[in-house]
Design a protein around this ligand. Structure first.
Ligand code: FAD
Length: 285
């Protein structure tokens, strides 16, 4: 069964991991994956380094997930520095390994550049290319409930989202969004724009002060009042912060599920112990 098929019937549940840096051992991540498999996720996605920096390691991780037989791997993939020929080769390789789900992204421009440096300028072009050349893939596209930081308005960003749907994407995976009320507003808005695809919501666990602030701000995402309060109250005490942050994350999961989402995707940050505690406390599995 494919992920879009699962989402037609019930809320899908998944994790995201990232490959270790070049030269770092793979074993800690393989161990994390073993722990995450215990929760029977519908899929585990693996990020793809900007400019293909750790693309080889991404392939190793996707292959390991596939070979485990435990769940479906989804590879992230970007346009950064990728020619059509290179994309064709890489996608053929994924398929040969049994990896047939892909999150098709534009990617962030390399520092100091205002272009992808590849054959495609936007994710919709990559999606159309995959749909045409490799129809075997189930294709996810990114969605930004708080608007992509480069777009000048929500209407403009949502019009571009619609172009990605029309190019052949099968479901949406969202950028982190701590503001559930705003997420609900956005879903209503995209539905009015005839974007009908299921939405898989990304949950960023709140475990430490600096990464929580950095990850929200770097994506142009907001920090709602209740999260700001945790940062203000416990910011100087990592242990208390983590405890309050994990309770906040569990609450967020329940709020999103109550909002009627099609999928819950937890950014694992490659940390199985904290993530297991959150999943168990949320009663998801
Ligand atoms: P696009 O959909 O192309 O949009 C980019 C910007 O251009 C937006 O402002 C949009 O409104 C505008 N736009 C889109 N189409 C057009 C058009 N046809 N004409 C004019 N303007 C247009 N990055 C990585 O490098 N590796 C990863 O593994 C990775 N994983 C991610 C996972 C998720 C779930 C998400 C949400 C993001 C991830 N990213 C990753 C980050 C992503 O690459 C960035 O957010 C990037 O800046 C935009 O990618 P996109 O696919 O949304 O781009």
């Amino acid at each position: 069964m494919t992920i879009p098929e699962i989402m037609k019937n019930r809320m899908c549940f998944s994790f995201e991991v990232f490959p270790p840096k070049e030269g770092q051992p793979l074993e800690p991540l393989l161990d994390t994956l073993d722990h995450l498999y215990a929760f029977k996720p519908d899929f585990i996605s693996c990020t793809y380094g900007a400019g293909g920096t750790n693309a080889g390691r991404n392939v190793e991780i996707c292959k390991a997930i596939k070979d485990s037989g435990a769940t479906i791997p989804i590879t992230h993939f970007t346009c950064i520095g990728n020619s059509k020929d290179k994309i064709r080769d890489e996608l053929r390789n994924y398929l040969s390994l049994g990896v047939d789900h892909i999150l098709a992204l534009r990617g962030d421009f390399p520092k100091g550049s205002a272009s992808t440096g590849g054959d495609f300028n936007y994710a919709n072009e990559l999606i159309a290319f995959i749909k045409e050349a490799f129809p075997e893939f189930s294709i996810a596209m990114a969605g930004d409930p708080e608007k992509h930081f480069e777009a000048s308005s929500f209407d403009e960003d949502i019009a571009h989202l619609r172009i990605k749907q029309d190019a052949g994407a099968d479901f949406i995976m969202t950028q982190l969004c701590h503001d559930v009320a705003h997420y609900e507003w956005w879903v209503e808005k995209i539905r009015k724009a005839h974007i009908t695809l299921p939405v898989d919501v990304g949950i960023m666990p709140v475990l430490a002060k600096d990464p929580t602030i950095r990850m929200a701000v770097s994506n142009g995402s907001s920090i709602p009042r209740d999260l700001a309060e945790i940062i203000a109250r416990y910011g100087d005490n990592p242990e208390d912060f983590k405890k309050a942050g994990m309770e906040y994350t569990v609450k967020q999961i329940h709020r999103f599920i109550s909002a009627g989402i099609d999928g819950l995707h937890i950014y694992s940050l490659n940390k199985w112990a904290d993530i297991s505690e959150i999943v168990c406390a949320a009663g998801i599995r």
